[in-house]
Design a protein around this ligand. Structure first.
Ligand code: GCB
Length: 592
């Protein structure tokens, strides 16, 4: 409990939040001069304005392909009414490596992006004075980071692809999510973990919580008028609440209860919206509240013109409205953890979420030192992700990685003989460490065309990305469909009873491009390909989900494959207009 609480700072009778979003000062630091020149003390010498949250890349021409250190600065004021409270400063995410100073004092740093971090700034933030907050954010693309860049010695990616990445989305950077000040009482709820179950018409909520300072005393946990009195010992409390005539959470009825943890007679109050539901993998099915569920939806990106990967609440609402319109019940947070606001809204919309780590495109032909560094980073990010998302009803499965490969995608060299074994030990360890942290949800690894079997088989659900008639069997829909049948049967033969899910399949279509007969890049080809995938998938009762790639077109590095530096596999355009494929899917999903 030495770390500050990372619980989302919802307001309550004892807690206040102030959003520091808005215009901040910003400066690129290509020579890394800022730290030695103590910009954290004196402020930025030649700043321009930048909105927070937002990516820096699409705002300033000189920042589009900037991969180095940038500095942010703002000022903040402390409310007199906060006297006696703990004051915390929380970042929703900073990509990739952030260092934070308040009034010249280094508070700490965070590595990896996409996940929140917080500092207790009580005593450092002064009341009645201007407080200077300075943040450096560094986004170098490095081989030993997660995600990584390809090794220029072994990969030819750099000749066809700028900036060099191992993955197919633009490496946006900056303060992507809100920066919040929030208060708690000195003694406060530090963490809450909720697990729910259903028994007939009764819902059971198991809530365990921690209190900072090894506090001992009385507490209450309540949902509506169901209240449990709890003895907290050495900072730990636990309650089991039984809710009669429960309204179970599901995509059809995403009902949320208000869980309130109160310390003493109101010394602190933490409020959390929870859904009561169960999820499990049984035989070849995913069961939600005991009933088989089939996942329709997409892999997505946090991506929009100008904002880049910055949190955009209007786009979030529009996306979920479009998911409803098309008849989708789910999405995957490909290929990194999405904003907490996205998961809160998914809870409300009843969307089922596969929550993915930033472990995209790991490669096992690199040196042990590089693989080891990536492992440390990914294990830490996975733990932070589970800690952050564990209480969301919407999150029904963890995806620990997307498309790990034995060797870089663009090399013709053979993978080293030991690369499968190296990956197996990497993922065995990762699954083991994650499974200790949350035992209430299934785990998966998303593979490319099902391989290697040893890796994807570590998951509870066999997730596969499949590109027949696009990257494989290009231009031939019928041959692609025949290959798909064989692929499915091969997966079943290897993995036995486990459920299979198609987490990606799709074709690029430039909106407005048409062809008769079918031709790659046309809207017809994309729609017809998605249709044969859908119809094939539905023949097999052990396939539990179909997520065409992708929800909307999104920004990529520049390359010979990506017209307009966009991946055009969206069934919506980047500004969310439906292509032919969206209408086709709607006829299968919403109208069915
Ligand atoms: C994949 C990746 C995804 C890409 C997609 C594509 O397999 O998981 O990130 O965007 O293929 O379109 O190439």
């Amino acid at each position: 409990l030495a770390q500050p609480t990372i619980l989302y700072p919802h307001e309550s009778s004892t807690r206040r939040t102030r959003d520091l979003s808005g215009m901040w000062k910003f400066q690129l630091d290509p020579t890394d001069a800022g730290e030695a020149a103590r910009w954290f003390d004196s402020g930025l010498p030649k700043p321009r304005s930048i909105p927070v949250p937002c990516s820096w890349n699409d705002l300033f021409d000189d920042a589009r392909n900037y991969f180095g250190t940038s500095w942010y600065e703002t000022e903040l004021w402390i409310d007199a009414a906060w006297k006696g409270q703990r004051i915390h400063l929380r970042f929703g995410s900073a990509v990739y490596h952030a260092k934070v100073w308040l009034n010249g004092k280094l508070l700490g740093e965070h590595v990896g992006g996409h996940l929140p971090f917080a500092f207790d700034v009580t005593g450092i933030a002064k009341e009645g004075e201007r407080n200077r907050l300075v943040v450096s954010v560094e986004n170098r693309l490095e081989i030993d980071r997660v995600p990584a860049i390809p090794d220029p010695k072994t990969s030819r990616m750099h000749t066809v692809h700028f900036p060099q990445t191992t993955y197919d989305f633009f490496p946006y950077a900056g303060l992507h999510r809100p920066v919040l000040l929030f208060t708690t009482p000195a003694i406060h709820v530090h963490d809450v973990t909720v697990a729910t179950s259903l028994n007939g018409s009764t819902g059971t909520v198991d809530a365990s919580f921690t209190v900072n300072g090894n506090w001992t005393g009385r507490a209450k946990v309540a949902i509506d008028n169901v209240v449990a009195n709890v003895e907290v010992r050495d900072g730990r409390g636990q309650a089991t609440l039984r809710i009669p005539s429960v309204r179970a959470w599901s995509p059809e009825t995403p009902f949320l209860y208000r869980l309130v943890v109160t310390l003493g007679d109101g010394a602190d109050e933490y409020v959390l919206k929870i859904g009561i539901r169960t999820v499990e993998v049984k035989g070849s099915q995913i069961l939600l509240n005991g009933k088989p569920v089939f996942l329709t939806g997409f892999g997505k990106h946090e991506d929009f013109p100008i904002h880049g990967r910055g949190l955009d609440l209007p786009v979030l609402v529009r996306d979920y409205e479009l998911l409803r319109w098309i008849g989708a019940n789910s999405f995957r947070t490909s290929h990194y953890p999405y904003a907490e606001e996205a998961l809160q809204l998914a809870d409300e919309y009843g969307l089922l979420v596969i929550s993915e780590t930033p472990g995209v495109s790991l490669v096992f032909s690199d040196t042990p030192a590089v693989i080891g560094a990536r492992y440390q980073q990914l294990e830490r990010a996975t733990a932070e992700l589970i800690q952050r998302d564990k209480n969301h009803a919407s999150v029904i499965m963890w995806s620990l990685a997307n498309e790990p490969l034995t060797k870089p995608f663009h090399t013709l060299d053979d993978a080293p003989a030991d690369s499968v074994a190296k990956g197996t030990s990497f993922f065995t360890r990762l699954f083991e460490s994650a499974r200790k942290l949350d035992k209430t949800r299934p785990y998966a690894l998303v593979s490319l065309h099902g391989g290697p079997n040893e890796w994807v088989g570590l998951g509870d659900v066999i997730c596969t990305n499949s590109y027949n008639s696009w990257y494989a069997v290009s231009g031939r829909l019928e041959d692609g469909a025949a290959t798909l049948d064989k692929d499915i049967q091969a997966l079943r033969a290897y993995h036995g009873d486990k459920p299979i899910m198609f987490t990606e399949f799709g074709a690029d279509a430039v909106a407005g491009m048409h062809a008769q007969p079918d031709e790659m890049w046309s809207e017809e080809y994309q729609a017809d390909m998605i249709e044969f995938y859908w119809k094939t998938i539905k023949k097999y009762p052990y396939i539990v989900g179909a997520h065409p790639w992708a929800f909307a077109d999104f920004k990529t590095p520049q390359s010979i494959m990506r017209v307009g530096a966009l991946n055009h596999k969206g069934v919506f355009t980047r500004d969310r207009r439906p292509k032919l494929a969206a209408h086709r899917l709607r006829s299968f999903w919403a109208k069915a």
